[in-house]
Ligand binder design. Sequence first.
Ligand code: NI
Length: 283
Amino acid sequence: MIATALLAAAACGAGQLATGTGTVQAAPRSDARDGGSAPGASPTGLSEWPYAGLSQMWSKASQALLAPMIAAAEEARGHPVDCRRAKCVALTFDDGPGRYTDALLKQLAAYRARATFFVVGQNAAAYPWILRRTAAAGHEIGNHTWSHPDLTRLSAAGVRSQLARADQAIKAATGIVPRIIRPPYGALNAAVRMQSSRPMVMWSVDTLDWRFRDSAKVARKAVRSVRPGSIILFHDIHPTTVRAMPWVLKSLSKRGYKFVTVSQLFGGATPRLAYSGGGPGIL
Ligand code: NI
């Protein structure tokens, strides 16, 4: 069934929040501080050895201190999950970025969840800073065309142009070119598929969030329909969807689900066309 998602490309003044993701850095300046504060240290007549030794000791100590923090950061960035063993689900958000995406990023971070954002090139160009934060938080970015047309109605050159323009906008914002594509409305035929060698990623659970605009309904639909390996379709341009996510994240977490990107879900395999979770045409 083809969903007729609405594209809300309306400009909106999303506040730019300086909420960089926490990164852990080694602390070389502490070296200098320790060296400089060594009591009675003579700056002359000493070889570099004592300082080198002190530096090495500090380096080891700081590594030991930082290791758990780095491990936590790695975990937060989506430490590899083996979806052949774990119960995985791929949450996917289409049509953004938009004014509600930042709130969604915070909710996902609270559960250390990774997701996939199929963004519209026009919106990537309008909100590059939001897309940059999305990618920096470890989420996957997919190509959802430049202006959200039904690709089956375009010429081959038109399809390629839609994909290329979106790629350019995404690359300008994040430095990366998406490895996966989702055609708007799920509208796909052989002619469209021939225009790119990248996987065209569909979904196995449609929350119909664009139609309901009801957080409780959207959450119920997602939670009741999910299976291990599901790809769930949401749209982060709707505030009702973003408000549904804490419920979705909480109840799926309780049931043991790991939130992974689409590429993680397929574990490095590159399907030509991807559905999952028991939907038609698995891999
Ligand atoms: Ni869409």
